[in-house]
Design a protein around this ligand. Structure first.
Ligand code: ADP
Length: 455
């Protein structure tokens, strides 16, 4: 489903008084939309060509702190500008905001007009081009899980983020009655996204109180990462407009299941044939699929930073809550990090279950693709399938236990250094180091509760 505006149809909608505002936005390291709100007349006049933003947008943390140690931007370089170049193929109506359209931008170097190497969208586009040069289109879908809360962010912020109240009182996995009660929010989200040109397949209750999932149709990877980003944005904005709130934190409560963003992946030949399918194989898996999966397994620990980017992300990987703990593969087995779905059919695909809902989808898809393509290039042999309960499996490849271990694996990854370039790996390693240092530095509620009286 393509984005649903062109410059011509936008112009007509502006003339008809339907649209007066165009959001011009790029995606930052954290996966957030950052940009400006243009008057539609100015956008049509010249804004559609390019605009500018401070280059610190790819060098700040969640709090917008200016983080030292990045080669791309810093005080010593004066924090200059990037060019924000609208990708007009993404121009669309944003039905959940009055009179509004949106376009996603690529970030370009101010002088050379080359894409900025550390920009998440550029990193993914580079891997997609690499797949194409090998004869493949990389098709992906992410399944977005999140929690929906009764009250607004503002009301929880006033209480120090304590007392979050999920919209339901019980595990609502697949429940129709409970999710009927949530339709005021979820139906609005589905229909608004569909009207924005995002092919929503369904929403469902998930396996905790107040937990939801949205699925949308797989597409080429850049399109998928764009859709993922817009779904997150819509979900937050629509919930907020109704006085509610959502979280895409990987693990917001120690006692509750975390939220995932499983990634379904398949390669297709550039003339549209399913490159993962082989009718004669026991599982219907082609040699290409086996090599791709072997690459993801071989490099699983190195790419984990892009599947679990925060210290918090690793708290999701617990036994018995449907989040994986082992980076192994298995057919239709939800305890494995890599689950083969659609075995024996043309829809045979790899579902990577490691990514949390807190990921930047461009980086996640790019890292998975880089690892898979390395497997094809190296003609790697696929290890034997694991069967049964992977939580109980001994002496098998583990998902790194924390961001510190994952960051070390990223730093030492010759596969990622070859695929992304040293500047990109160094940049995201620095980002992980900063996240670790910030989390090490702060005093938490846990420490107070445990130590204040008894230490
Ligand atoms: P599940 O049983 O895991 O919920 P679904 O049939 O709902 O599986 O599909 C999950 C996701 O996988 C959807 O977003 C769907 O679009 C996507 N998907 C289906 N076929 C493919 C494929 N060949 N390649 C990539 N993604 C796919």
């Amino acid at each position: 489903m393509p984005a649903n505006l062109t410059l011509e149809t936008l112009s007509a909608a502006v003339d008809a008084g339907e649209i007066d505002t165009v959001l011009v936005a790029a995606v930052d390291m954290q996966g957030r939309l950052m940009g400006k709100r243009f008057h539609a007349a100015f956008f049509l006049d010249s804004g559609y060509r390019e605009t500018h933003c401070c280059n610190y947008l790819l060098a700040v943390d969640m709090e917008m702190n200016t983080v030292p140690g990045y080669k791309s931007a810093g005080w010593e370089k004066g924090y200059g500008d990037y060019v924000m170049k609208p990708d007009l193929a993404t121009l669309r109506r944003i039905p959940w905001l009055p009179g509004t359209a949106l376009v996603l931008c690529d970030l370009l170097d101010h002088d050379t007009h080359e894409e900025v190497a550390v920009s998440p969208r550029a990193i993914l586009k580079h891997q997609v081009a690499r797949a194409r040069a090998m004869g493949f289109d990389a098709m992906m879908a992410t399944e977005l899980e999140f929690y929906l809360f009764e009250n607004s962010y503002e009301s929880y912020r006033d209480k120090g983020h304590g007392g979050l109240v999920p919209v339901s009182g019980y595990n609502e996995d697949y429940h129709i009655f409970q999710t009927s009660k949530e339709e005021e929010v979820m139906r609005t989200i589905r229909n608004a996204l569909y009207a924005a040109g995002i092919p929503v397949e369904n929403s469902k209750g998930e396996a905790e109180a107040g937990q939801e999932e949205i699925n949308y149709r797989y597409s080429d990877s850049v399109d998928t990462a764009d859709n993922h980003t817009l779904i997150k944005q819509a979900t937050k904005e629509i919930a907020w407009a109704k006085g509610k709130s959502v979280t895409f934190m990987a693990k917001y409560d120690t006692r509750r299941a975390g939220s995932a963003a499983h990634v379904h992946q398949s390669l297709w030949t550039t003339d549209g044939k399913p490159a993962f399918y082989d009718h004669d194989d026991a599982n219907g898996m082609s040699a290409v699929m086996k090599q791709f999966l072997a690459g993801q397994l071989a490099h699983a620990e190195e790419i984990t930073v892009f599947l679990a980017p925060y210290v918090n992300s690793y708290k999701r990987f617990t036994v018995g809550l449907f989040a994986p703990t082992k980076a192994v593969w298995s057919t239709d087995n939800r305890t494995a990090g890599f689950r083969v779905c659609g075995a024996h059919t043309k829809a045979v695909r790899v579902e990577c279950r490691i990514p949390g809902a807190d990921v930047n989808p461009y980086l996640t898809c790019a890292a998975l693709l880089a690892a898979g393509l390395a497997g094809i290039e190296g003609k790697l042999d696929l290890e034997a399938e694991m069967k049964g309960d992977m939580y109980a499996a001994q002496n098998v490849r583990e998902i790194p236990k924390n961001l510190r271990d994952a960051a070390a694996r990223l730093n030492g990854s010759s596969m990622l250094r070859a695929a992304f370039g040293d500047d990109v790996v160094d940049h995201y390693h620095r980002n992980a180091e900063w996240e670790i240092a910030e989390t090490d530095r702060v005093v938490t509620d846990f420490e107070l509760q445990r130590l204040l009286e008894r230490a």
